[in-house]
Write a protein that binds this ligand. Structure first.
Ligand code: SF4
Ligand code: SF4
Length: 97
């Protein structure tokens, strides 16, 4: 059965219409998982061009839009490094915790 709130869903047609973060409305991120992460992704905001590719590919939805670029919620980032692999201009690097 379709939940009532999903009937209002409008498919985004432009990146600007996507929510601030892919888990923005879910509200289910309650267990912080950063404790076992050994490396963290760090965004070079001087280099980032705001293509939001990393935002689209992060499996945990913890990359969010900020000032036309991206930032990362380290409380929930698991350090998988997928964002680093998907950035076309290497604007994200993994750094030791
Ligand atoms: S390291 Fe993984 S979980 Fe963390 S922001 Fe990048 S893709 Fe998302
Ligand atoms: S993929 Fe790279 S350039 Fe694109 S928004 Fe993410 S960090 Fe910025």
């Amino acid at each position: 059965m379709i939940k009532p709130e999903l009937t209002d869903y409008k498919r985004p047609e432009k990146l600007s219409e996507y929510p601030q973060a892919t888990c923005y409305k879910a509200g289910h991120l309650v267990t912080k998982n950063s404790g076992w992460r050994s490396k963290r992704p760090v965004v070079n905001t001087d280099k980032c061009v705001g293509c939001f590719r990393c935002y689209m590919y992060c499996p945990d939805g913890v990359i969010f839009k900020k000032d036309g670029k991206v930032d990362i919620d380290y409380d929930f980032c698991k350090g998988c490094g997928i964002c680093v692999k998907t950035c076309p201009i290497t604007a994200i690097q993994m750094e030791d915790e």
